[in-house]
Design a protein. Structure first.
Lengths: 494, 427
């Protein structure tokens, strides 16, 4: 992007990165009378690590005691019910069970329980084979015992991040997407401005929530003592038809390298399987691999023999930051106004509310935080059409006929809901953004039927030609040109 | 909520549904209702602008739009009521239908008989677990066909097609006409997946390479497809190490199979056939739930529309009969069992009474291609039907006709075994 085209704006606080952590920080900042800008390099919020993970909200049972991470995860877990309630984000503490298959593994359960107790997770317990099988009738009969962690739960990570951003925006945060941070200027020992793709933001505080890229952002102000690399995790999502196969978050016993592949229901009633843990170098390569997918399927089918690859509706890979032994959350010792919330590893979704709370403490050490009198923590979330009763559906269509047009047949998503996604803030501007907000295209036909319809709606509502509609931002245009005959006047509309 | 009632409700206004609706009217049903979620009747056929439709039904070579127009016209002539832009959300076993419509809100329909004609959907990348990135430029062949033929846009310029299903081969030709370059059609099997005539007319005539025993092992490109890795496969369809190569392209079309769209059927609790992916039917096209019938691609994926139409006609007639109180009193069935080189048979069961009284036609699909074979149907090892076939192919359904047999014979048997066996084989 040409530098001279940048417009200059000002904000008290600039938050870099709109993943779970940046979104939670933005909402926290919006509680106070501060002007703030949230910068995101992708075309929408929540496009990186935060969207492609196992979607678990852990209470801290299995983390090494004594880490910063541990305290933050435990703190965060205490905030989850309240915040998801305020935001209208579905969240369920369905519980997590580690299944021991051998006598050796049974012996290890006690150590795992003691670890949880050290972290203040006091309601874990070792349960018998019969109890495990009672909870999980489709689990292998070879199971011998389990460790039960009742407070672990599930959420849709992108629903949560989008809700945090919507609420932050409603309370005054300016959210700018497609904005890669190029430079952070420091003058007289303090941050002065942030240069992004299309904007220069004059500011006195920068909060680095850049996920996988947090090391690069931090290095811009000379805090370069850590280096992050991506750890790839590959996942399967199974058709809702197979939701009955699993009731809880189910894990093998962790090995020294990784927690292993889980199987669990998702909040939207699919089944999730994964991840792998492979260290890679390219921060942009979110491809799955034949080996990774085989490994995930192989390890889970050992526990759930009925699970088969053909049950999948999709696969994906996520890159989580690795390379640092603990979270790095703190103020820059030499540059005033720079706060790192960096090296947020695989527990990032679980920890994001706690991280925001910790960042609040750090901010309060250097600036006065006056309550924003207009702050409203409540986001009015519409329930999806598919979850309404017949009478409620009828009432909704009577009020707005566009809710009577079902666009995505697999997930029963209506035109009304798609319009809602396009006209909210931050708005959906491409197919993936619509999908994350409404589930249109997330079902078993994977947008086979609804894609042309969603594109048509996006084109009409945003005044973009069909050839300008993208999957996820510039460079991902879906169509290349009109056909020969139509010569630009395409579209046979009845 | 508005309530309606009708004699026969048909779910889906494509080739199967329109055949069923018109046949139900002809068989005397007064009020026949077609419920269609799209803006137009016709299902998938309006986008199938190539020829080859109707060779059996009309003995003419029509395009898809021409073929379906005849049924759409007949539907309105016969005063079949169509509810467009209406999405059925539930079919209950007592033949009550719940649907959503922009103009009428939620509606309830009480039907004397229901015909399921929802068609099929395309198998996706996810069902095959093709590794790689998830860029723009990956389409199912049918979706690409819609973009080109209905919306008027090109989904890409340099194309690789995975799977040699009919839609994939037809799109290879169509994209070529529109100025795109088709680099290859990649097929994991040692033979072409669709009709032979499509291989000749769509690939061979345009010099489009067909790579048999190959598959796509990886999709490359972050925002848009930049290429696909292609490899040879062994007898177990696994990629052979060392044979992988990159084909640069901006588009991957998938023509890797169709899946009957039976979510409503399953939710209704109707017994399913795991092999076809459709409901278990008898020779009257009736499912296990009395008064609910099914026809077309929702039953099993047909290779030609004429078979869809014939199933629709039969289902419509029987539904009308049921709605007027003419359903059978008891259901005493003989099962049809897939034997040698047979993947599936539709219908899956036949009532004993029908076997005694009338001709019963069965559709079946073979597992392996073969030449000089015999379709034979046996009861207790004894053939009751035989027909020689010069060649059989998994892409082309076989149709056999069971003729009435003596009562004594069929009283004894519980199942009929269907084989496609070498001609020389002694029975």
């Amino acid at each position: 992007m040409a530098g001279e085209k940048r417009s200059t704006i000002s904000a008290d606080v600039v938050i870099v990165g709109a993943g779970s952590v940046g979104s939670a920080v933005a909402r926290m900042v919006s509680r106070y009378s501060l002007s703030s800008v949230l910068l995101e390099r992708e075309s929408d919020v929540c496009c990186g690590t935060s969207k492609a993970n196992n979607a678990h909200i852990v209470c801290g049972a299995d983390i090494t005691p004594g880490l910063i991470e541990t305290g933050i995860v435990v703190r965060s877990n205490g905030l989850y019910d309240k915040v998801t309630g305020e935001l209208g984000v579905p969240y369920r503490r369905i519980g997590n069970c580690y299944a021991a298959l051998t006598e050796d593994e049974v012996k290890r359960l006690e150590g795992m329980r003691d670890n949880a107790l050290k972290n203040g997770v006091n309601d874990v317990k070792i349960i018998s084979r019969d109890e495990v099988l009672d909870m999980e009738p489709h689990l292998t009969r070879e199971v011998r015992a389990g460790l039960w962690v009742p407070r672990d739960g599930i959420v849709s990570p992108y629903t949560l991040a989008i809700a945090l951003c919507e609420n932050a925006a409603r309370n005054g945060v300016k959210i700018l997407t497609n904005q890669k941070v190029e430079e952070i200027t420091v003058e007289d020992g303090a941050v002065r401005r942030v240069v992004a793709s299309d904007f220069v933001v004059n500011t006195r505080m920068v909060i680095n929530c850049a996920g996988l890229f947090a090391d690069e952002i931090s290095a811009m102000v000379g805090w370069d003592g850590f280096k992050l690399h991506p750890r790839r995790g590959e996942f399967f999502i199974l058709d809702r038809k197979f939701r009955h196969l699993v009731n809880h978050i189910m894990y093998p016993l962790p090995n020294p390298v990784s927690r292993g592949a889980t199987i669990c229901p998702t909040i939207d009633d699919n089944v999730l399987i994964g991840p792998t843990a492979v260290d890679v170098t390219d921060k942009f390569d979110r491809g799955t691999t034949a080996e990774g997918l085989q490994q995930v399927m192989g390890s889970v089918s050992k526990y759930y023999p009925e699970i088969k690859p053909w049950m999948a509706v999709t696969q994906y890979a996520g890159l989580r930051p690795a390379g640092a032994p603990d979270f790095i959350i703190g103020r820059h010792p030499g540059v005033a106004g720079f706060i790192n919330a960096a090296a947020i590893r695989s527990t990032g979704i679980s920890a994001c509310l706690g991280i925001a709370d910790r960042v609040r403490e750090l901010m309060s050490e250097v600036m006065e935080l006056r309550e924003n009198p207009g702050y409203n923590p409540v986001r009015a979330a519409e329930r999806p059409f598919r979850d309404l009763s017949v009478e409620e559906k009828d009432g909704l269509i009577a009020k707005d006929a566009r809710f009577g047009r079902v666009v995505c047949r697999c997930e029963t998503v209506t035109e009304g809901e798609i319009l809602g996604a396009i006209h909210c803030n931050p708005p959906a501007r491409d197919l993936d953004s619509v999908k994350r907000r409404t589930r249109a295209g997330m079902g078993r036909c994977q947008a086979g039927f609804c894609r042309p319809r969603v594109m048509e709606i996006l084109s009409r509502e945003t005044g973009t030609p069909m050839t300008g509609i993208t999957l996820r931002g510039p460079g991902s245009e879906v169509l290349t040109r009109p056909t020969k005959k139509t010569g630009g006047k395409a579209g046979v509309k009845p | 909520m508005k309530e309606f009632s009708c004699d026969v409700a048909v779910i889906g206004g494509g080739a199967a549904g329109l055949a069923a609706a018109t046949a139900a009217r002809e068989a005397g049903a007064e009020k026949v209702l077609v419920i269609e979620r799209d803006r137009l009747l016709g299902g998938i056929l309006p986008q199938c602008i190539h020829t080859g439709f109707g060779l059996v039904t009309f003995r003419e070579d029509l395009t898809g739009p021409e073929y379906i127009h005849r049924f759409v016209a007949k539907t309105s002539e016969m005063r079949v009521e169509a509810k467009l832009n209406t999405m059925v959300l539930e079919v209950r076993p007592d033949r009550r239908i719940i649907a959503a419509s922009a103009t009428e809100g939620m509606i309830g329909i009480k039907a004397g008989a229901v015909v399921l004609a929802m068609g099929c959907r395309e198998r996706t990348r996810g069902a095959l677990a093709i590794p790689g990135t998830r860029p723009a430029g990956v389409f199912t062949a049918g979706q690409a066909q819609r973009f080109v033929n209905i919306e008027g846009y090109m989904p890409g310029e340099r194309v690789v097609i995975l799977g040699s299903g009919d839609v994939g081969m037809i799109m290879a030709r169509r994209m070529t006409f529109e100025g795109a370059r088709v680099e290859a059609v990649v097929e994991v099997l040692p033979y072409v997946g669709g009709l032979i005539r499509n291989k000749v007319q769509c690939l061979d005539d345009y010099g489009i390479p067909l790579l048999l025993r190959h598959t796509v092992t990886r999709i490359c490109g972050n925002q848009r497809v930049t290429g696909v890795m292609v490899a040879e496969v062994d007898a177990d369809r696994r990629p052979v190490p060392g044979t992988e190569r990159l084909i640069e392209c901006d588009t991957l079309l998938l023509s890797v199979g169709l899946i009957p769209e039976n979510e409503l059927t399953e939710k209704c609790g109707i017994e399913m056939d795991k092999v076809t992916g459709g409901a278990l039917l008898d020779e009257r096209m009736e499912t296990g739930v009395p008064g609910i019938f099914a026809c077309g691609n929702v039953v099993h994926v047909c290779d030609i529309v004429d078979n869809v139409t014939s199933m629709g006609l039969a289902a419509g007639q029987e539904a009308a009969k049921f709605a007027s109180g003419g359903g059978p009193s008891g259901r005493d069935y003989v099962s049809l069992v897939a034997g040698e080189n047979v993947r599936y048979i539709v219908p899956q069961r036949v009532s004993r009474r029908s076997l005694l009284e009338r001709n019963v036609s069965v559709h079946l699909r073979v597992v392996q291609p073969g030449q000089n074979v015999r379709l034979s149907i046996k009861a207790g090892g004894e053939p009751v039907f035989k027909a020689p076939k010069k060649a059989v192919h998994p892409g082309e359904a076989l149709i056999g006709e069971l003729t009435p047999q003596s009562a004594g014979f069929f009283q004894k048997i519980g199942e009929l075994v269907v084989d496609v066996e070498p001609l020389g084989k002694k029975v």
